[in-house]
Design a binder for this molecule. Structure first.
Ligand code: C2O
Ligand code: CU
Length: 482
């Protein structure tokens, strides 16, 4: 029987609803063994969602919900996710930030074949190290259709010194059927001067259909937290005197947020899951793919907003109320954004745990990566190449590898390396203070260097975490040579 797309959506939505599809971690029999296996069943399917404003629409979901269910395990446990694909196209799941074995990394055509409609695939890996992560589809534009969720690895034993904790997943949405992807345009493949700047054949596989250019970034109309927008966002309840921890995750496809909590300073404790010497800030910038753990001391009773600065795209509408228990509900007070506020940048952070590596030694291998595109071309490039016609950055096990990013464009690029944490090179402090991350924002016309130890063999995707830049070519791979 030939099933049209419309019928398929109906069937798939029906299936997801009928099955209820809760996010039930199944204690498998193996849980009695020393290493606990935590099993989760994910069905990727279209489903009707409502973010709390406007009408229902069809998104692509894990288990019928956006964001997908929170995976929360302890360090050392085995995460097993049984993925069933009820979508009309192939899919994969990437465990963003977790330095796992290459075969489980979830990049189609790089680490695995896409999981085709009707197929099942089992991901299994050790949860390590503790920290805040996220997972998301790595196929086509599925990230911007709703396929992402939080992944939290708690320390094996000790807990932090905080009283309360919230996970906040920040999302950019076009609240209509199909999400952002369905409501944007393709750029013509060659703009003026496009070919001149580009090396390789300049044709993409995957998201790019022949004869058409890549998609433009959509105009989002919903900035959600944990799947809700505006007044539907659940206030964070706190009590006076508490130390409150927030895990901020940004799986948005194309939005960087500058966040401020009215009436309080934020204390940054972790960047991309890695601990820092706690650092106070008024404003926290979080790019696509980044995670920050922050804490604040609830010492100023009232109703306040944790909100994003408005950059002209509407992200200022992201407003999360923080409410003190026992205080009479009143109009929440929002933060102001003005000059002179403390704005934390990578250069301000200091590592908590000095690394084993002693004095700065030169890297064993260096790569320079010129980030360009946007102006006269439909494509986004690294050293002029459009993925998959891109460079392969060769490394050998045990090497210290340096990558220098030179951003020659007028947009920020959150660059992400799979399978490794890297140090953000800060020439003005000793190396043992360089922070560890896996995603780093390279601002317009800026240079940033990173260094990583090649200690996880495989073929690792390396790309800009703006989905629309990645799908328009801004990606390549790091390859271990034997
Ligand atoms: Cu969030 Cu290639 O990853
Ligand atoms: Cu980019």
């Amino acid at each position: 029987m030939k099933v049209t797309r419309r019928q398929f959506l109906k069937i798939a939505v029906g299936t997801a609803v009928a099955a209820g599809m809760p996010a039930f971690p199944l204690r498998s029999a193996l849980a009695q063994l020393k290493t606990a296996v935590r099993e989760f069943r994910f069905s990727a399917s279209p489903a009707r969602v409502n973010l709390g404003a406007g009408t229902d629409f069809i998104a692509w979901t894990y288990n019928g919900q956006v964001p997908g269910p929170e995976i929360r395990v302890r360090q050392g446990e085995i995460i097993r996710v049984v993925l069933q694909n009820f979508l009309p196209e192939g899919t994969t799941i990437h465990w963003h930030g977790v330095p796992l074995m290459n075969a489980m990394d979830g990049v189609p055509h790089v680490t695995q074949k896409p999981v085709m409609p009707g197929e099942t695939f089992v991901y299994e890996f050790e949860a390590r190290p503790a920290g805040s992560y996220m997972y998301h589809s790595h196929s086509h534009y599925q990230l911007d259709q709703g396929l992402y969720g939080p992944l939290i690895i708690e320390p094996a034993r000790s807990q932090g010194a905080y009283d309360r904790e919230y996970t906040l997943t920040l999302e950019d949405w076009v609240m209509r059927d199909g999400g952002g992807v369905a409501h944007t345009q393709r750029r013509p493949p060659m703009g003026m001067g496009g070919r001149g700047m580009m090396r390789g054949r300049g044709r993409g596989r995957g998201g790019l259909r022949s004869g058409n250019g890549p998609l433009l970034e959509p105009l989002y109309d919903g900035y959600a937290v944990n799947g809700k927008v505006g007044p539907a966002i659940k206030p964070l309840e706190v009590s006076k005197g508490e130390r409150v921890k927030l895990r901020l995750l940004n799986p948005s496809s194309a939005t960087i947020y500058d966040l401020r909590l009215a009436g309080h300073q934020l204390i940054i404790t972790h960047a991309d899951g890695r601990p820092l010497k706690p650092f106070k800030t008024d404003i926290l910038r979080i790019g696509m793919g980044e995670r920050y753990d922050v804490e604040f001391l609830a010492d100023n009773p009232g109703t306040w907003l944790l909100a994003a600065a408005e950059q002209g795209f509407g992200e200022g509408r992201l407003r999360i109320p923080v409410h003190y228990t026992g205080i009479r509900e009143k109009e929440a007070e929002g933060p102001t954004f003005h000059r002179g506020l403390r704005f934390a940048s990578y250069w301000d952070f200091q590592a908590l745990h000095p690394s084993a590596a002693s004095a700065s030694q030169p890297a064993d291998r260096s790569y320079s990566q010129q980030l360009s595109g946007g102006m006269h071309s439909a494509y986004w490039t690294i050293n002029g190449y459009v993925y998959p016609d891109a460079e392969r950055l060769g490394v050998r096990t045990g090497e210290r590898v340096r990558i220098s990013y030179w951003n020659h464009s007028m947009m920020s690029h959150p660059m992400h390396l799979h399978g490794h944490f890297f140090k953000v090179v800060n020439p003005s402090v000793p190396e043992d203070r360089w922070i560890l991350k896996d995603t780093v924002i390279v601002d317009p016309m800026q240079r940033i260097d990173i260094e990583f130890l090649a200690d996880n063999p495989g073929t690792w995707f390396h790309h800009c975490h703006n989905l629309y830049h990645m799908e328009a070519g801004m990606a390549n791979v790091v390859v271990y040579e034997s």
